[in-house]
Design a protein around this ligand. Structure first.
Ligand code: DGJ
Length: 722
């Protein structure tokens, strides 16, 4: 049983495959956090916090100076009491006060994992996979009930936490901050890992020792963003890819978030993730409830690699949904970097002819097919085909692609409106705006207020109509600006709830369609969106060298199957670097792979090389997209990057190695592989010899010398054991 309650000590003991998480009903009915660490058979009580009299830490009980919430590790601290650290819940009662005295009331054990209403969430396929504990805490004076939910997966090292607040009182309450998780660690001996970035430089791995005070990541942009990521990990110093202890926390939410670590005066560390309180207020009327998004908690004793593989399995198999979840993703050609807005049916079909000869499976028509959109200044919102470019319409284009043996994919940016559009003229009040104030444009566009039911209805109808009219089997759902002129502090969260509802309705109505999310590349690559769309465009930056860091950082949490990765032209359109076709392919193939360049401009030698790439990719696709992923060399630490994917039975593996700059008279590289079976023998395609798994993993593989800048190597391993 992964969740046990000891009624004598009033202790909850949650176990996952490798960890224990313990808390207790403590003084005044408060939930005291007792620890999260390697799995215990039973919790004996020895590591409970010792009460101590501390100066300036107030005591609710006048007879006991050793008890203060300021020093107790807690499951769900609230504002306004004796705890001066960051609260998980801050609110205002009708009289303007914020005090809460949340005390344990009752708890329930629920088999499996109930879904969260209106929010994306991890799930189980059979109830035996997990158990959920719901603990009700009640504030007697206001009659507010806070329900903390904990799901423990039996065969994964995963806990999931969320919070629901119900107003059982007679007066409204304004929620100011609801953190989905609050975790108190007894010390600060950790490195904080975050994934900050920028457009075209998403999810660069940052690691720094925790310091006293506040640190972390947050977004106020209305989206999870390129700039920060709703994730933090605390790693013990010395933790590396293959060893060490790390705690990873990932918020399943796509809007403004806060992910913060606070180190207090006694070197305790409080970690909290939730909706960003700076841009949030929620009026909770009597009888109403508020559900906060959930947080995925992964602990690993096997380093960052162990943590990532647990996240990959969870996000890939129990967060992403739909028929495409476990299916190999089609090799695509996207016309964006091939044509930008300058195309017509003839040009597209010429590109399609080339693509089908190479063996490409899906043709994606990107931005510019609707309204009169010849540049980024118009037509968002008018989801009607531009007959000047495509006189016979989308249906005709789709059937011509099918004739060529390719399926048809289409780009949308449903959440936006151009001022130069029929939609804006008909409904100028549908965008985010503040009456009488400037409407700031970004990429010449405004944001539709998806919190409005009429906007939601319009979008569901407009996108569905197009999907019904043509044989479309893939949708790229883009979003290219952040929110300004957000009228109230409820607006952004209402927007995200509306977005989830629209995505849910459209993706459920078209289950056969493969949806890929995008936000100017990877600006909303988060677990919330992954619930609706199993893959995302990782970055607008398609340069193979830049992609090493972007894909490496992204892989900290997200599985290769979720990462859109394309081979593009050289010189690269973002950084103007020229890299060999071979390297571009080797980097892009570990993902939802495709091409994004004008194939008509290639030499026949390049096309022959691409045909071979497509053939090879088809052979190894399952392994590359769904195999266990091991990072071997980090682009953030040196000139060489390597990663590999291993099949479930550990008989097959593919290795990718990239050297960025050539070095004169370079030392030979010995690459230590990972994830193989120690006692098994392996051969490498095209290489003479045979290696045992333990040789490859512990002694390493001596790589051949590589000449030139931006060179790569991909190796295919097979077990030679009978
Ligand atoms: C941003 C995306 O990331 C690109 O791939 C492309 O779809 C453009 N938008 C189109 O406007």
């Amino acid at each position: 049983m992964p969740i046990q309650f000891n009624s004598n000590t009033r202790t909850f003991h949650l176990t996952t495959s490798g960890s224990s998480y313990v808390f207790q009903v403590g003084p005044w009915g408060r939930l005291v956090h007792l620890g999260w660490g390697p799995r215990l058979t039973a919790w004996g009580g020895g590591t409970a916090p010792r009460p101590a009299d501390r100066a300036f830490s107030p005591n609710p009980d006048p007879n006991d100076r050793t008890l203060s919430l300021d020093t107790l590790p807690q499951e769900f601290p609230t504002a306004g009491g004796t705890d001066f650290r960051s609260p998980a819940l801050d609110l205002r009662h009708a009289d303007g006060s914020k005090q809460l005295e949340l005390a344990y009331s009752t708890h329930r054990l629920v088999p499996g994992k109930p879904p969260l209403s209106g929010l994306p969430c991890a799930y189980v396929e059979i109830v035996e996979e997990a158990d959920t504990l719901e603990v009700d805490l009640v504030d007697a004076l206001s009659k507010l009930t806070v329900t903390l939910s904990y799901t423990a997966y039996r065969d994964r090292d995963v806990l999931v936490r969320s919070v629901r607040i119900h107003n059982g009182g007679q007066t409204p309450v304004d929620l100011r901050s609801v953190q989905s998780v609050s975790l108190d660690f007894g010390d600060r001996n950790f490195h904080l890992i975050t994934l900050p970035g920028a457009w075209s430089r998403e999810r660069a791995l940052e690691r720094q020792p925790l310091a006293r005070g506040f640190q972390g990541a947050h977004s106020r942009r209305g989206a999870s963003s390129h700039q920060q990521h709703p994730f933090v990990a605390l790693a013990r110093p010395g933790t590396e890819e293959r060893q060490g202890e790390v705690y990873g926390l990932s918020l399943v939410y796509s809007g403004n978030f806060s992910a913060q670590a606070e180190v207090d005066q006694f070197d305790s560390t409080r970690v909290q993730l939730g909706i960003n309180p700076e841009t949030f207020t929620w009026r909770l009327d009597p009888g109403a409830a508020f559900q906060a998004p959930e947080v995925l908690l992964v602990r690993s004793s096997e380093g960052l690699g162990g943590m990532s593989r647990t996240f990959h399995q969870l996000l890939g198999r129990r967060l992403a949904r739909g028929p495409w979840r476990d299916r190999e993703r089609p090799i695509l050609i996207n016309n964006w970097e091939a044509t930008y807005f300058d195309f017509n049916a003839e040009k597209l079909l010429t590109l399609a002819d080339e693509a089908s000869r190479i063996g490409i499976e899906l043709f994606v028509l990107d931005d510019g097919w609707f309204g009169h959109r010849d540049n980024d200044k118009s037509s968002l919102g008018d989801w009607v085909v531009d007959r000047k470019k495509l006189p016979a319409g989308l249906d005709d284009l789709g059937s011509r692609l099918l004739d060529r043996g390719m399926t048809f994919g289409l780009w949308f940016e449903p959440e936006m409106v151009s001022v130069d559009s029929d939609l804006y003229h008909a409904h100028p009040d549908w965008c985010l705006h503040v009456n009488g104030r400037t409407r700031s444009e970004s990429r010449n566009q405004l944001v539709l207020n998806l919190g409005r039911p009429d906007v939601q209805e319009y979008l569901v109808a407009a996108v569905s109509k197009v999907l019904k009219e043509a044989p479309i089997s893939y949708v790229k759902w883009d979003m290219n600006r952040h929110q300004t002129e957000v009228a109230t502090d409820e607006t952004s969260h209402r927007y995200i709830l509306g977005l989830y509802s629209v995505m849910d309705r459209i993706t459920s109505a078209f289950p056969a369609v493969l949806f890929e999310s995008c936000s100017g590349g990877g600006g909303r690559f988060d677990p919330g969106i992954l619930f609706y769309m199993p893959q995302a465009w990782t970055s607008d930056n398609t340069d193979a060298v830049c992609r090493l860091g972007i894909q490496y950082g992204t892989s900290l949490i997200y599985p290769p199957s979720s990462m859109g990765a394309h081979v593009s032209a050289v010189p690269n359109h973002q950084v103007h670097r020229s890299t060999p076709l071979r390297t571009r392919y080797d980097v892009a193939r570990t993902g939802a792979f495709g091409y994004e360049l004008d194939l008509t401009k290639l030499t026949s030698a390049e096309k022959t090389e691409m045909r071979a790439q497509v053939e090879e990719f088809r052979r190894d696709r399952a392994l590359l997209q769904f195999g266990a992923f091991f990072r071997l060399l980090s682009p953030f630490e040196g000139n060489e990057t390597a990663w590999m994917s291993v099949s479930e039975d550990r008989c097959q593996a593919v290795v990718t190695f990239v050297r960025v700059l050539a070095q004169p008279n370079a030392p030979q590289t010995v690459l230590k592989l990972d994830g193989l079976e120690a006692g098994r023998s392996y051969t490498i395609d095209g290489w003479a010899g045979c290696w045992t798994g333990e040789e490859l993993m512990h002694w390493g593989l001596r790589l051949p010398d590589l000449a030139g800048d931006f060179t790569s190597l991909n190796l295919r391993l097979r077990s030679s054991d009978k």
